[in-house]
Every structure is written in C-alpha cells, then in structure tokens.
Design a protein around this ligand. Sequence first.
Ligand code: DGY
Length: 426
Amino acid sequence: MTDALIARAAEILRINDLGHYTVPTHGLYPFQWNWDSALSALGLFHIDEDRAWREIETLFDHQWEDGMVPHIIFHKQDEGYFPGPEVWGTGRTVPTSGITQPPVTGFAVRRLYERATDKAMARRRALALLPKIARWHDWFYRARDPHGTGLVAVIHPWETGRDNSIDWDDAFDRVPTDGVGAFQRRDIQHADPAHRPTQEQYKRYIWLVQRFRSLGWDNTRLHDASPFRIVDPGFNAILLRSCTDLADLAEELGETALAGDQRAQAEQGLDALEGLWSDAWQQYLCYDRVTEALIESPSVGGLIPAFAPIAPPRAAAIAAHIDRLGERVTYLIPSHDPAAPGYDGMRYWRGPSWLIVNYMVADGLERDGHVATAQRIVADSLKLIEVGGFSEYFDPFTGAPCGGPEFTWTAAMVLEFLKREPVASG
Ligand code: DGY
C-alpha cells in the first residue's frame, strides 16, 4: 500500500508540474500559488532535488520591489479562473495578484538545505534565497505591522489561506459590497459549490481587491485603509517559524547579521503571540485590529501555532486540545470545532481537515515531544488519502473528498509523511 501511495503521489506531482512551477490542481487553480509552491517543494524533493529548489526560486523571481511575494503568479493566460490578472490590475510584466500568503518558505528552504545530498549546490541556492526571504519577512513587519506590535495583520481573507474561516465572519460582514459589479465565478464550475465560499463572501473578496487596486497597490497605505485587518495566530506562527528557521540557516551559512535580525523579529513576535492565548478555549484566538478585540472562534488557526517554537506549556495545551478533538472526529484536524456554530464539514475552511495543516502541526508537536498526538495526526492523514484520494481537503467525520482532485500539496504531504524519518514512538 505504501509503495502504491508513493507512486500515486509522485504521479500527481508530475501531472501538475509545468517545468518551473506546479499548479495546485489543473482547472480550479491553473497558476502558481505561493504557499502551495513552498510546501509542494518538500514533496518535489523526494523526486528531483533540483526541481524542488526551482519551485521556490520561481516564486521569488516574482517578488515585488517592496519585498512582498504575491499569492498568485499568473504565468500564462487561463480563462478558467476568477479573479484573473485583469481584475487585480497590478501592472506587472508577468501579472501577479496584489496580496500575499502564509510565508512558509523560510521553513521549506531550511528543510531542503538540511536534507540536500549535493551540499555545494544547496549552499549556493540557499545563499541566493536567504536575502530574498528576509526581505519578505521584513516587508511583513513594515507593511502589516506598521504600528510595531510584533504581530502582522492580514488585510484579505485570501492572504491567510483560510479564505472562508468562521473566524472572520463578523469582521467580513463589515466589508461592503457596493460598487462590485456582476462577475462570473469559475471555481464553482470546477468544484462542488457546497465545498466553496458563498457568493456573498466572493462579493466582499472582490470589493477588497477593488479597494486595494484603487490605492495603486501601495503597501504603505493598504493596511490602514483596509476595513479588514485580522491578526491570525496561525499566519503569525508560520511567519515566526520561518523567521526562526531562516535565522538558523543563515547562521549555518555564516550570514550572522541576517540571522540576528530574523531572530530578533521572531523573539518579539513570540512574546506578542502570547497576547492571543485564551485559557478558556485552550488555544490561540484571532484578534480584530478594527474592533480591537479577540475573536471568540475555535478554529485550527489557533492550533497552527504548535508549528512555531512556542512556550512548552502552550504546546502541551495544544496537544491536549487536539487529543480531545481526536475523540470527537474520525480524522484530525478539523479546521473548525465541530460543536461550534457555523461548522460545515465540507465547506473549505469551515470544518474540513487539510493535510498541509496536519503536516505543520504534527511537525511542531513532534519537535516538542508530543509524539503520540503527532503520530495520530499522521496516521489520520494517510487514512484520509485511502478513503478520499488525493483531494484538496476532507470531511473530518467521513473522509469524503472535497474541493479539487489530484492536489499537489496533498500529494507532497503524503510523500513527506511516508518518506521522511518516521515519527519515533512516544
Ligand atoms: C481561491 O481562488 O479560492 C483561492 O483560495 C484564492 O487564493
């Protein structure tokens, strides 16, 4: 079975490989997505080491002058996706979107370097990527934390990767829809509409895009001008893990000044993250920068911080939280607590389990010694593949496949789970 899963995962990576970048899945997502690429590179490594580096290098070939790395790179025309480059209007030679996504590349590049069989090649490529990734991290603290809190905000739900999370239902209600003309969604031609965000949410997604476009995509203005400013603990944790990993990698490569800067950012952010911890929920919560209040919503965004080097009691509490969830669902980790209002087990980020989240959380829990919980997450992830195939996401009770099929990062995570060092017994 293991060999068959590995072979199928490798086949999916090949199907979605366009030479210098992968598409998440043909049809639904026909371009290069930012954090998809970074995580997929880990899977590509098991097939072709050179190709894995190329995936991330392509992403950074499209870094903006201010340091931002966009969330979509529209390498070629494709009418099958909305909103395409003409809606974003970012004016780039190779068109891109104008917002970003979870910065997981610091983590991914360190991992590629550590595993490299050709160390000279990896050293050269890591040294070239280091300053670019650092520039992106610095951009976050400049553009998305302009008031110096230590935590960055997202200004569009698409930035979080958790597009339609229940976490920001209230905040998103405050985003207007006036001036958004008629548009034709393409996602629901490729995927079951019951698995996707609603039309009302799409109107707000587009309103925000139009607002930012009207400000010339000037990142010195967008944060304060956005009516949607959420501090997502999961997003921040990914950034903090990447800062820490980049610092470690930089030290190893002799780039001590860069290492020091990244470590200082990580330390400040980890201190500030503590302000999002909720004793009542035993997890982190989102913070709404507009209302200046924590958002009482138990999503996986508050568990993803296990990926970052958080304080041991917090990691232990998250492991215990996930163990309790594991008694209630068949397949960890649901993206929202099934008992909470709004939970929907097949609708994108309102309940389904995602392998990339499982991978990041299991990685952090294993590092922090919560091995049994990590093993359960890994085992559930592989069972999901057997039940639901290599889908984008899965119903946490039935394992039913949701979203797009033959998904690149799902396949990449399967290769990671099966081909990396096994999780030791705890
Ligand atoms: C989509 O189109 O659904 C994406 O998540 C936006 O990046």
